[in-house]
Design a protein around this ligand. Structure first.
Ligand SMILES: Cc1cc2nc3c(=O)[nH]c(=O)nc-3n(C[C@H](O)[C@H](O)[C@H](O)COP(=O)(O)O)c2cc1C
Length: 185
C-alpha cells in the first residue's frame, strides 16, 4: 500500500487535491478535499464544518478519494454536482483510493479525519500533457470556496490572476469555466 500511495504522489507531508466521495443513506456527496499523507499508515483531511462533506462523514465510514487532474470535475463537484458515478467512484477519475474514516478530531470550525487506505483502484489512463490553464482553474476554485472567510478583495485578485493564465494558455473549455466562476463571485 505504501508504494502504491507514493506512486500516486502521496509522499510524506504532500497534499494531493482529490474529490472526496461519501455516501449516506444512498445519497452521494462529492467535494474537492486536499488529502495529506501524514504518517505511513494514514492520510489526513481537514474538513470545514460549512461543507456538506462534514455533515455526512462519520467515524467508520468508507469513502473514496478520486484522483484526477480534470479541472471540470473539480468545478462540477462544487457547483452542479452533475458527475457520473458508479460503484462508489467517479467514472472519469484516474485512480480511486477506498479508505476508512478511522478517527475524527473535532475543532471549532473544522474536523481532522484520519483515513486508512484500504484499496487503490486504477480506473482510467491519463496521458494528457500539463496545461497551466487547468491548474489555474483549480486554483480559482480553491479561492472561490474561501469566499466565506477570506477577504473578498484577495479572492478577486487571485481569480483575476487565474483568468490571465487561462486567457494565455487555456482552450475554450477553460475559458468557459473561468467565466462561470467569475459570474458567481
Ligand atoms: C482543490 C480544492 C481543494 C479543497 N480542499 C478543501 C479541504 O481540504 N477542506 C475543505 O473543507 N474544503 C476544501 N475545499 C472546498 C470545498 O471543496 C467546497 O467548500 C465544496 O463546495 C464542499 O462541497 P460540499 O458542501 O458538497 O461538501 C477545496 C476546494 C478545492 C477547489
Amino acid at each position: 500500500m505504501n508504494k502504491k500511495l507514493e506512486n500516486l504522489g502521496f509522499e510524506k507531508d504532500r497534499t494531493i487535491e482529490t474529490i472526496l466521495l461519501t455516501k449516506k443513506q444512498g445519497q452521494i456527496n462529492l467535494a474537492p478535499i486536499g488529502i495529506r499523507r501524514k504518517e505511513q499508515d494514514f492520510l489526513e483531511a481537514k474538513i470545514y464544518k460549512t461543507t456538506q462533506a462534514y455533515s455526512v462523514l462519520n467515524e467508520g465510514d468508507i469513502v473514496s478519494l478520486n484522483l484526477t487532474n480534470d479541472a471540470e470535475l473539480f468545478f462540477k463537484s462544487i457547483f452542479d454536482k452533475k458527475i457520473e458515478t458508479e460503484d462508489f467512484k467517479i467514472k472519469k477519475s484516474d485512480y480511486i483510493i477506498k479508505s476508512r474514516c478511522k478517527r475524527i478530531i473535532e475543532k471549532e470550525n473544522y474536523i481532522i479525519t484520519h483515513l486508512i487506505p484500504k484499496e487503490v483502484i486504477k480506473n482510467k489512463e491519463t496521458k494528457k500533457g500539463y496545461c497551466r490553464a487547468n491548474s489555474a482553474i483549480i486554483e480559482a476554485l480553491v479561492y472561490y470556496t474561501k469566499l466565506d472567510y477570506e477577504k473578498r478583495d484577495k479572492v478577486e485578485r487571485k481569480i483575476t490572476q487565474a483568468k490571465k493564465v487561462v486567457k494565455k494558455t487555456g482552450g475554450e473549455k477553460e475559458k468557459e469555466l473561468i467565466k462561470k466562476i467569475i459570474s458567481r463571485i
